[in-house]
Design a protein around this ligand. Structure first.
Ligand SMILES: CC(C)(COP(=O)(O)OP(=O)(O)OC[C@H]1O[C@@H](n2cnc3c(N)ncnc32)[C@H](O)[C@@H]1OP(=O)(O)O)[C@@H](O)C(=O)NCCC(=O)NCCSC(=O)C[C@H](O)C(=O)O
Ligand SMILES: [Mg+2]
Length: 291
């Protein structure tokens, strides 16, 4: 029976791994990431796609054997590679298929139909990485249940390129759009994963961006390099201050003096029952992450 007190599976660190790099594939399952995405799209050059596809089912099987949550990113629905990639998904049976350039509700309906026809019934993740996709988030959310949509994943490289915006370290130009991705995820009950940080040698920059993503409400961050895994897990786990606050809130509401109260004072601030729910979620998450 499912344990209702457990928090949902974590997606703090979601590592992209090029499907044509055997060494990276082998290493990926040992890095402590919460999920791995075997990439058939942008990480793989056109002349390497056929080989990458051929080796994909074995890579997915090896990761599953290692107990990893395993995803497969397929090429966009308009590309020549899409239908072949759907056949790979059917054979490999990943935990979810990541749909590149999921720009419209119709795109996802087409992808769902193609995956079903190929024999893959699992969930899909939508990459939100174009201005059109941002404008269509509500329509995409409304068909989430019909297409088995599980998560929204920000594709910040494509999005920034298409917006022709300049990316500073605070991603100021992208923030309104990232906030809309989180908004849609929360409205439609989906996982929200932030985009990648390209400068994999800049640890401080990565940590700053990961914390900013958490502050925006994302559940985790997509990654491109092993050096980013541990920092992402840390940034998206409850901090010591959060755990201390949550313990105090739970203890305060359990105090018989506060029996039946909707709102109480704690350290000079008001806390309500909605904060109690949040506090319990933080404690459950903290417990799961340390088990
Ligand atoms: C970014 C890289 C090309 C860097 O490669 P390289 O210089 O070879 O890295 P290192 O020498 O530092 O690698 C050290 C060891 O780590 C392994 N490694 C490297 N990357 C990965 C990985 N992603 N997963 C697992 N293991 C990895 C190497 O094999 C080395 O191992 P060892 O030999 O034992 O020392 C490279 O990191 C890379 O290719 N990263 C992934 C790139 C990718 O997938 N890009 C596409 C997804 S991102 C995207 O598309 C975003 C989105 O769509 C958007 O629009 O924003
Ligand atoms: Mg992209």
């Amino acid at each position: 029976m499912a344990d209702e007190n457990r928090s949902p599976a974590p997606h703090r660190s979601v590592l992209f791994v090029p499907a044509d790099k055997p060494r990276a594939i082998e290493k990926a399952a040992t890095l402590g990431a919460d999920a791995l995405i075997l990439d058939l799209e942008d990480a793989v050059a056109e002349d390497a796609k056929a080989q990458a596809r051929q080796s994909a089912p074995a890579a997915v099987a090896a990761w599953r054997e290692a107990g990893m949550r395993t995803l497969l990113r397929v090429n966009g629905v308009r590309t020549d590679f899409f239908s072949g990639d759907c056949a790979v998904a059917a054979k490999a049976k990943p935990d979810a298929v990541v749909v590149a350039k999921a720009n419209r509700a119709e795109t996802l309906l087409k992808v769902r139909a193609a995956l079903d026809a190929a024999g893959y019934q699992g969930p899909v993740w939508a990459m939100i990485e174009t201005p059109t996709a941002i404008l269509n988030l509500r329509l995409i959310g409304e068909i989430a249940a019909d297409v088995g949509l599980e998560a929204l994943l920000a594709g910040t490289n494509d999005l920034a390129a298409m917006l022709r915006c300049r990316l500073d370290e605070e991603r100021r130009a992208l923030r309104p759009h990232l906030a809309q991705i989180v908004l849609a995820a929360r409205a439609y009950g989906l996982i929200a994963v932030d985009g990648v940080y390209n400068d994999f040698t800049d640890r401080a920059g990565f940590e700053f961006e990961a914390r900013a993503g958490k502050a925006l409400g994302f559940d985790g961050k997509s990654l491109i390099h092993p050096s980013q895994v541990e920092a992402a897990n840390r940034a998206f786990s409850p901090s010591k201050d959060e755990v201390d606050w949550a313990s105090k809130v739970v203890a305060a509401f359990e105090d018989p003096e506060h029996d039946g109260r909707g709102a109480i004072a704690l350290d000079g601030r008001m806390v309500e029952r909605l904060h109690l729910d949040a506090a319990r979620a933080i404690l459950a998450m903290a417990q799961d992450r340390t088990e």
